[in-house]
Design a protein around this ligand. Structure first.
Ligand SMILES: Cc1cc2nc3c(=O)[nH]c(=O)nc-3n(C[C@H](O)[C@H](O)[C@H](O)COP(=O)(O)OP(=O)(O)OC[C@H]3O[C@@H](n4cnc5c(N)ncnc54)[C@H](O)[C@@H]3O)c2cc1C
Length: 333
């Protein structure tokens, strides 16, 4: 679209199959607030679903000025056709300045279709977003050229400014607002049709359930020396109620699948506690985990760069430290 009707920033808030809110969507309300302040618009959360009361209540705690709820049985589960059609109708009606979508499977599926229909640009899989105050254009950051460079992408004169943002890039931020306006929207889908029916959802085996939203991550690198080392880390993660992650070094060795990789070409995480075991601290790894609240690094090389960002550093052999540490935790719990 060539014009916008407002400076509002929209965040599409995805609802999971169990009716709860996708945490990575709530994370986007955090940068959304700062951007809306710069563009001098409202922060609007858009929700689709069949039963939205509790999702609206939860979303209202994360800083939205307004919530658009689109309720109906046709939105009970995600459908590429229905969601794309409905969101395009709303975007044409309100013509906001920007739309932020979490880079989940559904977000990645829907976003390019919307951008194409509205004849606007889409910056996919971003690791950061900001806004230019003068132009109101969004500044999207993402790795480019195989991850060797970070690019700042601007899409001028096309609205809404659209991008998908990697889960885990931002932290959810609770904000108490005196008033959050909740508006019901009825979208007349007309000739829309759902061409795809989902008969069954099969969870892929061996994939970490929610690495991006884990509060504790025990990550391993090449210092583990073998795939067996990850079992040792899994024991510690289980004792702490956390998840296991890995460096690209360990993934390339074939010790663990790419789904566990953290970093520039893997996942972005932001846990409360990150325990880095046998990880040197290459920049491409650190961009994916440096926003953790607390980092504990265990490495036998006291010069390893990971110690520069660690809150606590232990110089030593992981094979001596981790089993002892796990035993202590198990004894306490
Ligand atoms: C374009 C591009 C994208 C990339 N994307 C990513 C990415 O997304 N994620 C990522 O992780 N990397 C990525 N990399 C690779 C990155 O540059 C590093 O090569 C990688 O992170 C190194 O992994 P590592 O720390 O496991 O291995 P190493 O750098 O080999 O470090 C192993 C560490 O283990 C320590 N150690 C060894 N034995 C022990 C022991 N017994 N006890 C304690 N410590 C021990 C060593 O002292 C060493 O510091 C990318 C690279 C490029 C070029």
């Amino acid at each position: 679209m060539k014009d916008k009707k407002s400076n509002d920033i929209w965040v599409f808030v995805e609802i999971k199959e169990d009716g709860s809110v996708q945490p990575s969507s709530l994370e986007l309300l955090n940068p959304g607030m700062q951007i809306a302040e710069k563009t001098k618009g409202k922060l609007v959360a858009v929700l689709f679903g069949s039963e939205l009361q509790s999702a609206v209540k939860e979303t209202a705690e994360y800083g939205a000025d307004q919530i658009l709820m689109v309720q109906g049985s046709e939105y009970e589960e995600y459908s590429t056709d229905i969601y794309t059609d409905a969101l395009c109708i709303l975007l044409k009606k309100y013509a906001p300045a920007a739309l932020l979508i979490a880079a989940t499977n559904n977000g990645r599926d829907m976003s390019p279709r919307i951008a194409c229909r509205l004849k606007t640009g889409l910056t996919a899989d971003c690791t950061g977003v900001d806004a230019e105050e003068d132009s109101g254009c969004l500044l999207w950051t993402r790795p480019t050229l195989g991850g060797n460079l970070m690019a700042c992408i601007v899409c001028q004169e096309h609205w809404p400014q659209m991008g998908t943002i990697r889960p885990g890039t931002y932290k959810k931020k609770k904000i108490v607002k005196e008033h959050v306006e909740v508006r019901r929207e009825f979208v007349k889908l007309g000739a829309s049709r759902n061409r795809v029916r989902v008969y069954e959802t099969i969870e892929e085996e061996g994939v970490p359930a929610d690495l991006e939203s884990a509060e504790i991550i025990v990550a391993g690198g090449k210092g583990l020396g073998s795939a067996q080392g990850f079992q040792m880390l899994q024991n510690l993660a289980d004792a702490l109620g956390g998840a296991v992650g890995a460096t690209r070094g360990a993934v390339e060795e074939g010790w663990i699948s790419h789904a566990f990789q953290i970093g520039q070409t893997g996942k972005t995480v932001s846990p409360k506690l990150y325990i880095a075991c046998g990880i040197s601290g290459a920049i491409q790894h650190m961009v994916g985990m440096s926003s953790a609240n607390m980092i504990i690094a265990i490495n036998q090389d006291r010069e390893a760069p990971i110690f520069q960002i660690a809150d606590y550093g232990i110089v030593g052999d992981i094979y001596k430290i981790i089993p002892e540490f796990t035993k202590k935790i198990v004894d306490i719990v």
